[in-house]
Design a protein around this ligand. Structure first.
Ligand code: CP3
Length: 324
């Protein structure tokens, strides 16, 4: 959930030396960014520093990050005939910097905490490839999906294999758990999610599970789709903050491993309020297996001390019996 990022002065210092994409492309620099939350916050896992859009660049799309504007792909794919522009890519060649960074991070950590890998889920990658940017309504993506069902599925499965290849390369390099980010799939009508986003995500999950590595499936906006998401085959279900864990447990049961789900804006509160909210999430979860996390990415302007207060509260109250 963007452990390393602009809220950290040390990250902003790294960005004086490297553009965002240079950071992703340079293993030494990506490892330095990945280490910041370990050293500064004491989190229990090291997320490799990268971005979900890296495979789109490797498939030949022109990716740029403009300051303050987010990602721009200047040559979006709006129809089935344009899918042919996407090149086949080898995750250990065109994106070799990523498995290299995983190997380097693993050596640097020497077993202190596990390395976590990630990739974008097919529907979310399609949103960026079709819109060319972060959009408000994803209208171009949905028009493509509604008007050419088979063409859109072809695009989704191209990205499913691209994401699976990239996750498997990270696993082979030493990642011990991986997360699939479906940032925009929560915005689909439930039957469209079931027909389009879910089968493509399940394909990625199936390929990853064949390696034996556990996988988290995070959909931003899970509330209306919990049962379908639970059927994806993922080992862990990532939950955003719009639905309470009590309801999630009622619907999915005590045995499902959940990840989440504090509202990222909670980190604007005072440390004592953050601690109280952490307790609330732990209490709502009850006794089921749970990976504490934010419900989505950390905001770029929260104080580092507040992120540290969150980690400390999880360690205090999350210990067995800590909140009972
Ligand atoms: O250290 C870590 O935790 C890994 C970091 C990470 C980044 N991107 C680095 C990043 C992760 C897990 C991602 C995933 C990602 N990237 C997602 C899925 C997660 C989610 O939020 O649902 C998405 C949608 C993207 C695409 C993306 N990358 C956007 C929309 C932006 C712009 C965001 C903004 O606020 O400007 C990025 C840029 C980005 N990716 C930054 C970081 C640290 C900020 C870049 C900078 O330094 O200027």
């Amino acid at each position: 959930m963007r452990q390393a990022g602009r809220y950290m002065p040390e990250y902003r210092a790294l960005r004086q030396k490297y553009s965002f994409l240079e950071l992703c492309h340079t293993p030494e620099a990506a490892v330095a960014a990945s280490m910041l939350p370990i050293d500064m916050l004491g989190v229990d896992g090291a997320i490799i520093f990268s971005d979900i859009l890296i495979p789109l660049e490797a498939m030949g799309m022109n990716l740029q990050f403009d300051e303050g504007k987010g990602p721009i792909l200047s040559d979006p794919i709006r129809s089935r005939s344009e899918i042919g522009r996407l090149r086949a890519y080898d995750a250990n060649k065109e994106t070799r910097f990523l498995p290299d960074a995983v190997r380097m991070l693993k050596a640097e950590l020497a077993g202190r905490v596990p390395v976590l890998g990630f990739a974008g889920a097919p529907y979310t990658l399609a949103c960026y490839a079709v819109e060319g940017k972060t959009a408000r309504h994803y209208s171009a993506t949905k028009s493509f999906m509604l008007n050419d069902r088979e063409g859109f599925k072809e695009l989704l499965f191209r990205f499913a294999d691209a994401a699976a290849d990239l996750l498997i390369a990270q696993i082979e390099a030493g990642a011990e758990l991986v997360q699939l980010f479906d940032t925009w799939a929560g915005d689909l009508m439930p039957d469209e999610f079931r027909a389009m986003a879910l089968p493509a995500a399940a394909h990625v999950i199936e390929r990853v599970k064949a390696t034996g590595c556990p996988i988290v499936y995070f959909v931003n906006g899970v509330g209306g789709k919990l049962e379908d998401i639970a059927s994806s085959g993922a080992d862990v279900i990532g939950i955003d903050w719009r639905v309470g864990l009590t309801e999630v447990r009622q619907r999915l049961g005590q045995g499902v491993v959940l990840q989440g789900n504090l509202d990222p804006c909670t980190l604007y509160a005072r440390p004592d309020v953050i601690a109280a909210r952490v307790r609330d999430v732990l209490a709502e979860n009850g006794r089921g297996p749970h990976i504490f996390n934010l419900g989505h990415g950390i905001m770029p302007d929260v104080p580092v001390a507040h992120a540290k207060a969150l980690v400390d509260a999880v360690k205090t109250f999350g210990a067995p019996g800590g909140y009972a």
